[in-house]
Every structure is written in C-alpha cells, then in structure tokens.
Design a protein around this ligand. Structure first.
Ligand code: G3P
Length: 215
C-alpha cells in the first residue's frame, strides 16, 4: 500500500512545516516498512527531498530547457532530489495534450508518474498514456473527510475495471481519506495506494495520522 501525502498549499505545507511533515513521513516509512511519499509545493521540494523522504512534485510542465517563464521543468525538479510527480490533479487540471507532454518530460527526467483523474472514464484515458499509476479522486469529496472508499466505492471498482481493459497500470484513489479503515476499504476495492491531504496536514499529529493510515 502506497501512501502519497499531498501537502497542496496548506499552511502545514510551507517552509519548515513541510519539512516537519516530511521528517514524520520518513520516520513512519522507516518504522513500518510502508511506502510513504510527500508532495510539497514547488518551493519546498528540495528541502523536503533532503529529509530523505520519497518526494513527489505536485506538477511538472511538458517543456524543454529554454524560454518558458513560470514553468516547472521536470529535469530541474529531478535535480532537486525529487523522484516522482503528480499530474492532472483536479486542482491543477491539464488538457490531454498537456498531460501527454508532461508525462514525456517526466519520463525523460526519470520521474515516476501518477496521473490523477475525476472518474473511471478519465482514468482509463489516463492509463492509455502509459503513466506509472493513475489516481481516481472524485472532486466533490476532496477535503470533506468523507472517504471515497466508503461514500463512492463503485468509482474505485469501476476505475480498476476500466483501467485493466486498457493497460496494466496500478490504480490509486483519494478524496476524504483520513483513517486506516478508509485505506483498508480502498484496498479491498482494488486500490494499490491512496492520496491523502487534509487528513494528514490538518491532523493534530501528522505522524499519528500517517501511522494510522499505513497500519
Ligand atoms: O491529492 C489528494 C487530495 O486531493 C485528497 O485531498 O484533503 O480529501 O485528502 P483530501
């Protein structure tokens, strides 16, 4: 089970707070043997990677080195110690051609790729582009504390089925997940990992929250 903690731009995801969550995630991974990665905002990528935790970007652009003001270059991200990236999160939606270009840029930089999607049909389309994983997240459940694995279990089983028809790509899920029970439910539905944000960054103890999620 893969736990990917997306810090978004939560306050806990800025400056030293991002590092504190990253250190806790690293320790939880070391202590439990679970795979735990952290996706901070761009300004915190290097500091988070330096903690030794597995680090994902929240987005990279499909651009070459050169004249691209405001872009996030996959190679530069990899140079900061990052090993993977989210793409097409519902809060950072891309057009199909942009997803493809970002995927190619990420692959060129040897970054692992997780492409997000809103529903089973989009997940299957994302799988056809050949990412390392797809993550289905119904946007209406994000940040609610109502877990996709319980509120909308069909979206996970349908996604697993639709993706399998297209490619051998693992399915992750996210939205509203806050507890180990939610993760277990997701796993029983066929998800191989979860994306979690508010359940960790808003917790009194992010460390305890992550421990509960992976054990
Ligand atoms: O990327 C994970 C995310 O969108 C889920 O957010 O706050 O519902 O865990 P949250």
């Amino acid at each position: 089970m893969f736990l990917l903690v997306n810090l978004k731009t939560y306050r806990a995801g800025t400056g030293e707070d991002a590092v504190a969550v990253a250190e806790a995630a690293r320790d939880v991974a070391d202590e439990t043997g679970a795979r735990v990665a952290v996706a901070p905002q761009a300004a915190d990528l290097r500091a988070v990677a330096e903690t030794g935790v597995e680090t994902f970007a929240q987005h990279v652009d499909g651009v070459e080195y050169g004249s691209n003001t405001g872009a996030t270059h996959a190679g530069a991200v990899a140079g900061a110690g990052v090993t993977g990236t989210l793409l097409n999160h519902s809060e950072r939606r891309l057009r199909l051609a942009e997803i493809d270009a970002s995927l190619n840029a990420a692959r060129d930089a040897s970054l692992e790729t997780v492409v997000c999607a809103n529903n089973p049909a989009q997940s299957a389309a994302a799988a056809a582009l050949g990412p390392d994983a797809v993550a289905v997240e119904p946007p209406e459940l994000i940040g609610t504390g109502t877990p996709v694995s319980k509120a909308d279990p069909d979206v996970i089983t349908d996604t697993v089925g639709r993706v399998r028809e297209v490619a051998d790509v693992p399915v992750l899920c996210g939205a509203g997940i806050t507890s180990g029970d939610d993760v277990e439910a997701a796993r029983e539905l066929g998800a191989e990992g979860v994306l979690v944000a508010s359940g960790v960054v808003k917790a009194e103890s992010p460390r305890d929250a992550m421990l509960d999620l992976v054990t």
